[in-house]
Design a protein around this ligand. Structure first.
Ligand code: ADP
Length: 378
C-alpha cells in the first residue's frame, strides 16, 4: 500500500468492534487514525488534530452525529475538515438527507468493504487537499491584490502630490522670474536675456509636465461615468479641438462609420485626441493623411488610427506606451511622453488593449480594442 504521511483521520464510533475494524483498515492504508467514542471527544479531537476526514457515526451516545457535524461545520477552525456520516444499513432516506443538509460532505452506509472505505476516503482526501490548496492560493491572491491596490494608491497619491503641490512653488518661481526679467530687461545684456528665456521655457515645460502627470494620476479615480458613447461624435469634437494643427499641417483626415460603445466619454475622447495629435505631430515630408476606422473581431471592437508619418521602429513598439518614454529629442518634436501611457491606462480600464503596428518611414497604425458586450452599432 502507498504511504500517506501524516494524513489524520478521526474514527468516531461507539461500537468497539466496528471502531477497531475500521481503524485497522485505515492504518493499513497508511493513515494516522485517532479514535473517538463519543461526540464530545470527536469535537475536541478535530479541533486539536485538524484531521483531513472525520468518519462520524450518526448514533453516538452523548451528542448525536448530526449535531456534532453541525458544530464542526459552524466553527471556522474545523469547518474545512471533511465529515462523512456513517450509518448502519437500516438507515431511512430521510436520515441521509438530514445528514447531508446538516453540512456533512458525504454519507456512508455500513457494511462497507475495506476497499470501498479506502477508495472513498482517498477521493475525499484528494478533494479536501485541492480545496485547501485553492483556499491558500485565494488568500495569497487576496493578499497580493490588497498589496497592489495599496501600492497603486500610494503611487497615485505620490504623482498627485508631485504634480499638484509643486505647482504652487513653480508658480512663484514663474511670477518672480518674470518680475526680475521685466525690471532689469534694459540693463541686461543679450546673454542674460537668453538665460531668462531658458528659465521661462523651463517653467512652461515643467507646468505642462505636471498638468499631464496630474491627469495621468487621476485616470484611475475618475473613470466612472460609463455611458453609451457615439464614437463618431467624439471624433468630430476632437477634430474641432485639433483644428489649428490640422490647418497647419494641411492634413486630410478621413473616418469610416464608427460604433457607439459603452465608455467614459471624456476618457475615450482623450485617447482619440492623443492618437490624432500624435498622428499630426509625427508627420513626414509628404502631405499628411490620417484614417480612422473600426471593425468587429472576436467579440471586440478594433479601432484603428492610421497615419502616413515618420513611423516607429518595431523594436520600440512596446516602449512608447511606457510613461516618459520618447523616441525623439524635444527640439525635434515637442512632447512629454505621457500621452500614450495615458491611452493605455484608459483603454485597459475599459477592458481593452492598445498597440501599434509600424515601420520606420512607413507610417503608423495604432489599434485599440473595446469589449463588445453592452455595445451596439451606431
Ligand atoms: P509624446 O508625443 O508627448 O512624446 P506619447 O506618449 O504620445 O508622448 O508618444 C511616445 C512616443 O511615441 C513619441 O515620443 C514618439 O516617439 C512615438 N509616437 C507616438 N505616436 C507616433 C506616431 N503616430 N508616429 C510616430 N511616432 C509616434
Amino acid at each position: 500500500m502507498e504511504e500517506m504521511p501524516h494524513i489524520v483521520i478521526v474514527n468516531a464510533e461507539d461500537n468497539e468492534v466496528t471502531r477497531y475494524a475500521r481503524s485497522r483498515v485505515l492504518q493499513r492504508a497508511g493513515y494516522v487514525v485517532r479514535e473517538a467514542i463519543n461526540g464530545a471527544t470527536t469535537l475536541a479531537l478535530v479541533a486539536a488534530e485538524h484531521p483531513a476526514v472525520v468518519l462520524l457515526d450518526v448514533k453516538l451516545p452523548d451528542i448525536n452525529g448530526y449535531e456534532v457535524c453541525r458544530r464542526l461545520k459552524s466553527n471556522p477552525a474545523t469547518a474545512s475538515t471533511v465529515v462523512l456520516q456513517v450509518s448502519a444499513n437500516f438507515v431511512e432516506r430521510d436520515d441521509k438527507v438530514r445528514g447531508l443538509e446538516g453540512g456533512a460532505d458525504g454519507y456512508l452506509i455500513e457494511p462497507l468493504s475495506p476497499d470501498e472505505l479506502i477508495a472513498t476516503i482517498r477521493s475525499y482526501v484528494r478533494l479536501q487537499q485541492a480545496e485547501e490548496k485553492l483556499a491558500k492560493a485565494n488568500i495569497e491572491l487576496h493578499r497580493q491584490a490588497t498589496e497592489l491596490r495599496r501600492s497603486n494608491e500610494e503611487l497615485q497619491q505620490f504623482a498627485y502630490v508631485v504634480s499638484h503641490d509643486l505647482q504652487e512653488p513653480l508658480r512663484a518661481i514663474g511670477v518672480y522670474s518674470e518680475l526680475l526679467i521685466s525690471q532689469y530687461q534694459q540693463e541686461a545684456g543679450a546673454e542674460v536675456q537668453e538665460y531668462a528665456r531658458y528659465i521661462t521655457e523651463g517653467i512652461e515645460r515643467m507646468r505642462t509636465l505636471m498638468t499631464e502627470l496630474l491627469q495621468y494620476a487621476r485616470v484611475e479615480s475618475q473613470t466612472k461615468s460609463v455611458t453609451l458613447t457615439d464614437c463618431h461624435q467624439i471624433v468630430l469634437q476632437v477634430l474641432e479641438d485639433l483644428q489649428l494643427s490640422i490647418e497647419e499641417t494641411g492634413a486630410q483626415i478621413t473616418c469610416d462609420p464608427l460604433p457607439a460603445v459603452y465608455a467614459d466619454r471624456r476618457r475615450l475622447a482623450q485617447v482619440l485626441r492623443n492618437l490624432l495629435s500624435n498622428a499630426l505631430k509625427y508627420h513626414g515630408p509628404q502631405p499628411v493623411r490620417i484614417h480612422i476606422s473600426a471593425s468587429q473581431k472576436d467579440g471586440e471592437w478594433h479601432f484603428q488610427v492610421h497615419d502616413n508619418g515618420i513611423g516607429i521602429d518595431p523594436q520600440f513598439a512596446d516602449r512608447i506606451f511606457v510613461i516618459f518614454q520618447r523616441l525623439h529629442l524635444r527640439h525635434e518634436y515637442p512632447g512629454t511622453g505621457i500621452g500614450l501611457a495615458m491611452c493605455k491606462k484608459i483603454i485597459e480600464q475599459h477592458g481593452g488593449r492598445i498597440w501599434v503596428e509600424s515601420r520606420l518611414g512607413e507610417g503608423a497604425t495604432f489599434f485599440f480594442t473595446l469589449p463588445m458586450e453592452h455595445t451596439h452599432n451606431a
